[in-house]
Design a protein around this ligand. Structure first.
Ligand code: PLP
Length: 371
């Protein structure tokens, strides 16, 4: 079996975990948490990091921390994981969607301005699958309409947009450390910001909003989204190798690009570069012309014990949001095509070169049979 993802735990992970056990520091009060926050913030050229239990929780906190008036509209791509839209709903905000670009699979920044109303207060930028969103246009709109930027850089550790770190663009930015991200803590996430006030808000929201002067008294509801010392120990070890991880992901991507050249007229490969970035291949995504083609390929790979995963499902087609009366009669053709025809193949950090070759050979054979 070649699973769709295997993490790489080849550094000081075991040593630092042992340290947690030897010192009995396993809760969020342990010293690795602060160390991980400090080192990860510095890596991203941010002043502050707030470590949390997962990336979705990081988004819940980031959105809430901005304190936008209830009913405010926030623009985000329809093609993404559900977490950013869910965070908006939890905070009484209204998600407003834009379509994706067919080449980079990122939000189409040219569709944003037409969606801005007097109620629009923020944009959630979600960098998708390894390439960043075109930030120049976002920054220009944020300035022109006085909008906050929440940056979901969950898939974008170490990526740069025109030489500037992804995760350093938002008023507030978040990362995830799920095992398929470029560095992992098992489950985990981090909020980064340069703003003292937002730092304090995030720290409070992650810890149930205990009143400073009086524990167990609350003026506001928060969450228990604390990260444990065990998770942070993994994080510190992974961060030591982050540049190697990114290079390895790029090597995996380049290897597939090379192997799959013979079928690139039949199936869309990920863009290797844009004007502003080189792909870091969070996943190695592929697009067919039809759902039937995609499902046939997935079936053939499964027969050979090769794992795949279909792309995200659009926000405007989520049953849960339809039930809430959201996004009625809206359609976003590029994103719908991605959701219906896209899938990704094994490209995790733990994959071996011979496995990459096996996946590529099997895929080429399947494509030539079915397309
Ligand atoms: C992985 C991911 C998240 C959520 O992170 P979790 O740690 O799994 O909660 C959020 N946004 C994007 C774009 C992601 O890829």
């Amino acid at each position: 079996m070649i699973p769709v993802n295997t993490p790489l735990l080849a550094g000081n992970e075991a040593k630092y975990l042992q340290e947690c056990i030897d010192t009995s520091w396993i809760s969020s009060e342990g010293p690795f948490v602060k160390r991980f926050e400090k080192e990860f913030a510095a890596y991203n050229n941010r002043k502050y990091g707030v470590a949390v239990a997962n990336g979705s929780g990081a988004l819940d906190i980031a959105v809430r921390a901005l304190g936008l008036p209830e009913g405010s509209e926030v623009i985000l791509p329809t093609f993404t994981i559900i977490s950013p839209a869910a965070s908006l709903i939890y905070s009484g905000l209204k998600p407003v969607l834009v379509d994706s670009k067919p080449d980079s699979w990122n939000m189409d920044v040219d569709q944003i301005e037409a969606k801005i109303t007097s109620k629009t207060k923020a944009i959630i930028v979600v960098h998708i699958y390894g390439l960043p969103v075109e930030m120049d246009k976002i920054l220009e709109l944020a300035e022109k309409y006085d909008l906050k930027i929440i940056e979901d850089a969950a898939e974008m550790h170490g990526q740069e947009y025109n030489g500037q770190r992804c995760g350093s663009f938002g008023d507030i930015s978040i990362f995830s450390f799920y095992p398929n991200k470029h560095i992992t803590t098992g489950e985990g996430g981090m909020i980064v910001t340069d703003d003292d006030h937002l730092l304090e808000r995030c720290q409070s929201l992650r810890n149930l909003c205990f009143k400073k002067e009086q524990r167990y008294v609350h003026d506001e509801l928060g969450w228990n989204y604390r990260m444990t010392n065990l998770q942070a120990a993994l994080g510190v070890a992974q961060l030591e190798n982050i540049d190697k991880h990114i290079e390895k992901k790029r090597e995996i991507g380049r290897a597939y690009n090379e192997y799959l050249k013979p079928i690139q007229h039949k199936i869309q490969l990920p863009l290797a570069n844009t004007e502003y970035a080189e792909n870091i291949y969070w996943v190695y995504g592929l697009m067919t012309e039809s759902t039937a083609q995609r499902d046939a390929l997935i079936g053939e790979l499964r027969k050979q014990k090769i794992g795949t995963r279909t792309f995200f499902w659009c926000m405007h087609e989520q049953p849960v949001f339809k039930k809430m009366g959201l996004f009625e009669n809206e359609s976003y053709p590029n994103a719908e095509k991605l959701a219906r025809n896209g899938f990704y193949i094994p490209a995790g950090l733990g994959i071996e070169p011979d496995q990459i070759k096996t996946v590529a050979d099997t895929l080429i054979k399947a494509v030539n049979e079915h397309i």
